[in-house]
Design a protein around this ligand. Structure first.
Ligand code: CP3
Length: 353
């Protein structure tokens, strides 16, 4: 991102464009990194569990006042440098008419898996009107957040496809890969449609004032580099290409992607998210030494004693200083058993470094 003019401030996603998050994502050298946590809003917070009583996950995601309150909870409690929009990667899929439920303790379950050319042809595009409530939630949040940036998000085509093809969560993604290898035309048609849906979902959030977006390809790490390059990368590239008109930070994240990091950088995001398996300085080297990184404390470390946590946080910040820009985060989402006071303490520590 170049120098900002007043016009940019109105066209680049709201008032928080010069936030620490935006500056780190632009590769600026900062005294300390901005910090937020994937899944910072959620089951680790008692106030979240109370608010969610009696409301299903997907119902909560479509209720602007709940979305607003749940998104703000971790900002108030922890003093993080960014809010992540409370939603789910399957929200836009439900919005185009797919029958999906989020089963507590399991994850998204799809009533009729998508596995044939006819199934794929029946998946329609996402229209703005399908998610009018999402725009309402984002606008409400941006007004409440003031200077704090709101990060919008979507699932990447591969991770979304894995749920639709498997019919639910899966470890091996065997059916997903079987379709990919045996029916490449059906595969590419599905991923192309999912890329359109994700891009449309992100544009709705950006048009309503989100200051940054993250594309979650959580399960891409199960693929070889060659398969990722052939079957997945072009579709993730299409998502970022569709956002070319917005000068906002874009983050691309997956789990277990040590061997894919450079290919993922090629998808076109301004920041590459890294899980805990690869140190940030090494990750920065693997992606060519010019792209900022986000991560990468192992979320399980937060269940250890404070001296272990403190040492690990300091190490991540040190390694991040050797990368061309760093946004402090975990290497994946906050685990539900995490003590929220520990998260607050981590934010205070990062802010003090
Ligand atoms: O705080 C945040 O990060 C924002 C909220 C957020 C949720 N889902 C809320 C949620 C985000 C960014 C997501 C993305 C998401 N959803 C991903 C990509 C990120 C990742 O974790 O890799 C994936 C793979 C999903 C699919 C999904 N939805 C899973 C695996 C689960 C967990 C199932 C469970 O119960 O363990 C969900 C449900 C979900 N999404 C919850 C939350 C807070 C838990 C629902 C609850 O509170 O009952």
């Amino acid at each position: 991102m170049g120098a900002m003019t007043p016009t940019d401030l109105t066209t680049t996603g709201g008032p928080a464009t010069r936030s620490l998050l935006a500056r780190a994502a632009a590769g600026e050298r900062l005294a300390r990194p901005p910090v937020w946590f994937m899944r910072q809003a959620g089951r680790s917070l008692p106030e979240y569990r109370t608010l969610r009583l009696g409301t299903s996950m997907l119902q909560a995601c479509r209720t602007p006042d709940l979305v607003t309150e749940i998104t703000l909870q971790p900002v108030r409690r922890h003093g993080v440098d960014a809010a992540i929009f409370f939603s789910d990667i399957v929200v836009p899929l439900v919005a185009v008419g797919l029958e999906i439920e989020i089963v507590p303790g399991t994850g998204p379950v799809v009533a009729r898996p998508v596995r044939t050319a006819a199934d794929v042809a029946a998946v329609r595009r996402l229209e703005e009107a399908d998610v009018a409530d999402i725009a309402v939630s984002v606008r409400q949040l941006v007004a409440e957040l003031g200077d704090i940036p709101l990060i919008g998000f979507a699932g990447a085509p591969y991770t979304l496809a894995s749920y639709l093809i498997e019919g639910g969560p899966s470890k091996e993604h065997a059916r997903t890969k079987a379709l990919m290898y045996s029916e490449p035309a059906v595969w590419h048609a599905l991923l192309a449609r999912l890329a359109e849906i994700s891009a449309a979902f992100l544009r709705v959030q950006l048009d309503a004032g989100a200051s940054a977006v993250q594309l979650f390809d959580s399960w891409a790490g199960g693929l070889s580099a060659a398969d990722y390059a052939e079957y997945v990368l072009p579709h993730s590239q299409a998502v970022f290409a569709a956002l070319a008109g917005y000068s906002v930070p874009t983050i691309h994240f997956g789990v277990g992607t040590g061997e894919l990091l450079d290919l993922m950088r090629g998808a076109g995001a301004s920041v590459v998210g890294v899980d805990w398996r690869v140190p940030l300085d090494e990750a920065a080297r693997r992606i060519g030494g010019a792209t900022p990184v986000q991560g990468n404390l192992d979320p399980a470390v937060l269940l250890a004693d404070w001296p272990v946590i403190e040492r690990s946080v300091r190490r991540v910040v040190e390694e991040g200083r050797r990368a061309p820009g760093h946004i402090f985060n975990l290497g994946h989402g906050v685990l539900p058993d995490t003590d929220p006071d520990v998260l607050t303490r981590v934010v205070e520590l990062v802010h003090s470094l």
